[in-house]
Design a protein around this ligand. Structure first.
Ligand SMILES: [Zn+2]
Length: 100
């Protein structure tokens, strides 16, 4: 479950674990004040599909295997709700694929 960052006008910054499908908080659970959700960790929640492929060619097969492994790391980070490391990991995977 992802953790979202909020800022309350009275209490300041806090984190709240929420399902992706849940609505953002608008009222502080502590003081009832107005809160805004900080979007820094919450951008680019898109499961990337490119990079998954398979082939019978031995060399490409190794390459596909390592890319699939990278993608698993991407998706695991996302499942853990760690959007920051998901984005970082995903970007590094994209770079490796482009360099291939
Ligand atoms: Zn508050």
């Amino acid at each position: 479950m992802p953790t979202y960052d909020y800022r309350c006008e009275n209490c300041g910054k806090f984190e709240k674990m929420q399902r992706i499908s849940e609505d953002a908080l608008t009222i502080c659970p502590q003081c009832g004040g107005k809160v805004e959700r900080l979007i820094s960790k919450n951008v680019g929640i898109v499961l990337k599909g490119s990079g998954f492929y398979s082939t019978d060619n031995g060399r490409l097969k190794d390459r596909a295997r390592s890319i699939n492994k990278e993608r698993q790391a991407d998706n695991q980070a996302l499942l853990d709700g760690d959007i920051g490391s998901y984005v970082a990991q995903s970007e590094s995977t994209d770079k490796k694929i482009q360099e291939a």
